[in-house]
Design a protein around this ligand. Structure first.
Ligand code: XMP
Length: 317
């Protein structure tokens, strides 16, 4: 019978056998899958696993530092790469969602390739691919589509010529979480909402600027912290704030303001394919709205998205 403990035991033994003294490079995202894959590999081959975590400047507030910190506490051999400016430069002037995704995918591959080249004698690429990724081969919006479009332009980056090792490719998401628990991985990582690879870039409608990213990070942090404090975070499948490219009139003291709108989104779902908007308590929404408007400069209005998928999608871009 399948149990998380037996999976952990046999997988580590198999990885040891297969990898021997070989080196593996793996990109960590802060998400559940790559984290669990990394910890399994770490148990099998220790510091021969070289993890890379890229700050694309599109993560949640303080996410890079705090996630890097928890990975280090787990003993992982990890390199954090600050590539924020490279991503902002590539995104400058882009407004089309698919163009933004492609630019982010392209820069990620370049940055990851540079970092992977610093690992001498590496022969494997570790990945957190899970079974549904294998069978569905990811939606058009997903990272593989971006990688494919990159191939057509310039040939394979070197890390993509490595042999691939995917310790989770027989598991479903709930099994990955159970395995993560058996490996004692922090609940802060295991219980994390899904977060798209292009990050806040697809939650800022229109052009990305570092200023807009900062505004959205502040608003999103207030939102997520309130969901946690109210004990609602774990009941919601995914939540996040969206920066709308709309200005509206407001009033502050005697002054008329003309500022941007933040939209809050929270959904219940099993797999992201369909989703219902969450009926968050009005008093919680009121508290979040007040805190955002009173504390985030440049925002004078907050709205709540009451659309389900289909026909709306979870993300706005
Ligand atoms: P949609 O917006 O299609 O989202 O209803 C369904 C799930 O997919 C995530 N998503 C992405 N994840 N790269 C990703 O890694 C992307 O480009 C992307 N677009 C959407 C979304 O956050 C939700 O969990």
């Amino acid at each position: 019978d399948w149990t998380p403990d037996s999976f952990v035991e046999t997988t580590i033994a198999e990885l040891k056998e297969k990898l021997g003294n070989d080196k593996v490079v793996l990109g960590l995202s802060g998400g559940v899958d790559s984290s669990v894959a990394a910890v399994l590999l770490h148990h099998a081959i220790g510091t021969n696993l070289h993890c890379i975590f890229v700050d694309n400047g599109l993560l949640r507030k303080n996410e890079f530092e705090s996630v890097l910190d928890s990975y280090r506490h787990m003993g992982l051999n990890i390199k954090g790469v600050d590539a924020r400016q490279r991503f902002y430069d590539a995104l400058a002037g882009l407004t089309d969602p698919e163009k933004k995704r492609k630019a982010i995918g392209r820069v990620f591959i370049e940055v990851f390739d540079d970092a992977a080249h610093e690992v001498q004698g590496v022969s494997w690429l570790g990945q957190g691919t899970i079974y549904p990724d294998v069978i569905e081969s990811v939606s058009v919006k997903g990272p593989s589509a971006t990688i494919k479009s990159h191939h057509n332009v310039g040939g394979l980056p070197d890390f993509m010529k490595l042999k691939v090792i995917e310790p989770l490719n027989t598991l479903f998401k709930d099994e990955v979480r159970k395995v993560g628990k058996a490996l004692d991985i922090d609940q802060n990582i295991l219980g994390r909402h899904p977060f798209p690879g292009p990050g806040l870039a697809i939650r800022i409608l229109g052009e990305i600027t570092p200023e807009k990213v900062q505004i959205l990070q502040e608003a999103d942090a207030i939102y997520i912290n309130n969901l946690r404090a109210a004990g609602v975070y774990d009941k919601v499948w995914q939540a996040g704030a969206i920066y709308l490219p709309v200005q509206s009139v407001g009033v502050m003291g005697d002054e008329r303001t003309y500022e941007n709108v933040i939209c809050l989104r929270a959904v219940e779902s099993l797999d992201g394919m369909t989703a219902d908007w969450c009926h968050l308590p009005y008093n919680l929404l009121a508290k979040i709205s007040n805190e955002i408007i009173n504390n985030v400069k440049g925002i004078n209005r907050v709205v709540y998205d009451i659309s389900s998928k289909p026909p709306a999608t979870i993300e706005w871009e």
